[in-house]
Design a protein around this ligand. Structure first.
Ligand code: HC1
Ligand code: SF4
Length: 568
């Protein structure tokens, strides 16, 4: 252990602790910018400088370890002047049109400037405006806002290991680029949006489509249907200052109704439907041949990745569309018929924790109802913006139910939102379909949690099925290499693009850390436990859909509406 003083207070911390963490331990909050929990320490912005007695220069507290007898001052004239100058220089190379910025009010540079009481800038603004990258339907990249902290680069290079974003050039020319001279759409970006959850400013952010949704809501000729993804119920409350891990299922339904949606439905219904199709597809491949291991196909960032980087393995993908897209196709056919409307009179909005869902919903093949099946996919952050715009006090909302029939779901549908959940939901159903027996224990804890790759086996009436689960592209790549090398002894694999699964999606509240992911995961299993039904095949609305419309899993109609093909 190491003893030191910080602002005159005695502190004892383990060796190699940074000054920043040691200060945090005694409640001293040093401002940071390039520092981000769970990422490598970069120490490049120097906003966190402090004075260390006996040293002539200021030290970056995030990258300086404590030492025995050290005396640290986190606030002094030198510290104040240095931090102010650093932030003023950043502002002088920044597009300061804060009123017209999506991060106005939630921007870390803006709050640093406020915290340092910067009221004028002695440095002249030298920014040379560069083009804004609007090349994808999911993300906007505005280099004029970039502070070169490197948090997005870390997400793309280390966490996801896709490697699109990198630091280019040196000194005053330094810049973060997406492939030299390329737009995101040409650089091999998979649109996961992880960069956008880490960006402290508005240098990369979701393509905001809330105005399209308002227009539809205000158009009396449209029936506007909303579906909400499994992960939203355990993250939306954070946008309204409630702690991570808060379950806000009933308030979410109430908020969507107050916004003016005509039908408040649930993607969890379609997740149950996905299990019916995907479970039977797995059985078909196990019993009658087909590429194994079969890999789940509901995560669109993951689909973008395999299509671009491992096209030789596409036949491993389940042909099932994602629940988002199954929902859209069913809403504009089965439900449209039920309410006597044509698909073109219906406008389907999805609330997703994901930026890649915007791209997925616009894929030309996702229009099996005859028109685009899902009209707009909004992220959690966009939904929160709409709720704030409408002046709804989210925390004070009563708990309301979802509408029927496409709002009926089971616990199996809910756990889709956490890594391991699709696997667990599938096994709950496949076991009972194959064996005809009720599962003795519903919880497959081997597939749960933030471990990068998880493995389990299940005895299906004498046949052993080996399964694996990976979340985040860096982990997915390890399984893909095993498959490529013929060394993967699995029959079924779940892959989710984002760390933690959809609860950690790129459209979730900013600054998602591993600690927050863990809290959201725990919340989603609470939702599962509280559901009266916890197996997809027991969902009465899914049963009715098959009886009244689709006939059975993998029927001709199911294939037409619920399955797809992939391209490279
Ligand atoms: Fe997901 Fe899915 S779980 S992909 O993570 O299969 O986005 O939440 O909606 O479609 O159901 C996301 C979440 C989501 C789909 C489902
Ligand atoms: Fe990299 Fe994902 Fe951001 Fe694309 S969306 S730049 S792949 S982190």
């Amino acid at each position: 252990m190491v003893n030191l003083t910080i602002d005159g207070r005695k502190v004892t911390v383990p060796e190699n602790t940074s000054i920043l963490d040691a200060a945090k331990k005694v409640g001293i909050d040093i401002p940071t910018l390039c520092y981000f929990p769970d990422q490598n320490i970069k120490g490049n912005c120097r906003v966190c400088v402090v004075e260390v007695e006996g040293s002539r220069t200021l030290a970056a507290s995030c990258s300086t370890p404590v030492s025995e007898g050290m005396a640290v001052k986190t606030w002094s004239k030198n510290v104040m002047n240095a931090r102010r100058t650093i932030v003023q220089l950043m502002l002088a190379d920044h597009d300061e049109d804060c009123n017209n910025c999506i991060k106005n009010g939630v921007c870390e540079l803006q709050s640093l400037a406020q915290r340092l009481n910067i009221q004028y800038n002695p440095f002249k603004n030298i920014l040379e405006l560069k083009p804004i990258d609007t090349s994808t339907p999911s993300l906007i990249r505005n280099p004029n806002k970039c502070v070169k902290c490197g948090r997005c680069v870390d997400m793309c290079q280390e966490t996801q290991q896709v490697g699109i974003l990198f630091d280019a050039y040196r000194g005053v020319d330094s810049e973060i680029v997406s492939g030299l001279g390329k737009y995101l759409s040409d650089a091999g970006c998979i649109l996961c949006g992880q960069c956008s959850t880490a960006c402290p400013v508005a240098a990369i952010y979701e393509n905001d489509e809330t105005d399209k949704v308002w227009q539809a809501i205000f158009d009396p000729s449209k029936r506007v249907i909303v579906q909400t993804a499994p992960a939203i119920r355990v993250s939306i409350a954070e946008e309204f200052d409630m702690p991570p891990g808060t379950v806000a299922l009933g308030q979410l339904a109430a908020a969507l109704r107050r916004l003016g949606f005509d039908d408040v439905f649930d993607t969890d219904f379609a997740a149950d439907l996905t299990i019916m199709e995907e479970g039977h597809e797995l059985l078909e491949r196990l019993q009658h041949g087909g590429t194994l291991p079969m890999i789940t196909s509901c995560s669109p960032g993951w689909i973008n990745f395999i299509e671009q980087y491992y096209p030789d393995l596409l036949s491993h993908l389940s042909t099932c569309k994602s629940p988002q897209q199954m929902f859209g196709a069913v809403a504009k056919t089965y439900y449209a018929q039920k309410i006597g409307l044509k698909p073109e009179d219906i406008f389907v909005v999805s609330i997703m924790p994901c930026t890649a869902k915007k791209y997925e919903s616009g894929r030309p093949e996702m229009s099996d109802s005859g028109v685009r099946d899902v009209d707009v996919a909004l992220t959690t952050r966009e939904l929160a913006r709409m709720i704030r715009q409408a002046g709804i006090d989210f925390a004070a909302l009563p708990e309301e139910p979802f509408d029927e029939p496409l709002g009926i779901s089971t616990g199996a549908g809910a756990i889709f939102g956490a890594t391991g959940g699709v696997m667990e939901a599938a096994l709950r159903t496949v076991y009972e379909v194959v064996t005809g027996n009720a599962l003795p224990v519903l919880d497959f804890t081997d597939g749960r949690g933030l471990k990068g790759i998880k493995e389990a086996s299940m005895d299906l009436d004498g046949a052993n099925v080996n399964v694996a689960v990976a979340h985040g592209i860096a982990n997915a790549k390890k399984l893909l290499e095993l498959i490529r090398n013929g060394a993967a002894d699995y029959q079924f694999i779940e892959i989710m693009c984002c760390p933690g699964g959809c609860i950690g999606g790129g459209g979730q509240p900013y600054r998602t850390t591993n600690a927050i992911r863990q809290q959201r995961i725990e919340a989603i299993y609470e939702v599962d436990k509280a559901m009266p039904l916890r197996k997809s095949h027991e969902n009465p609305a899914v049963q009715a859909l098959y009886k009244e419309f689709l006939e059975k899993p993998l029927s001709e109609k199911s294939h037409h509406l619920l399955h797809t093909t992939y391209s490279n």
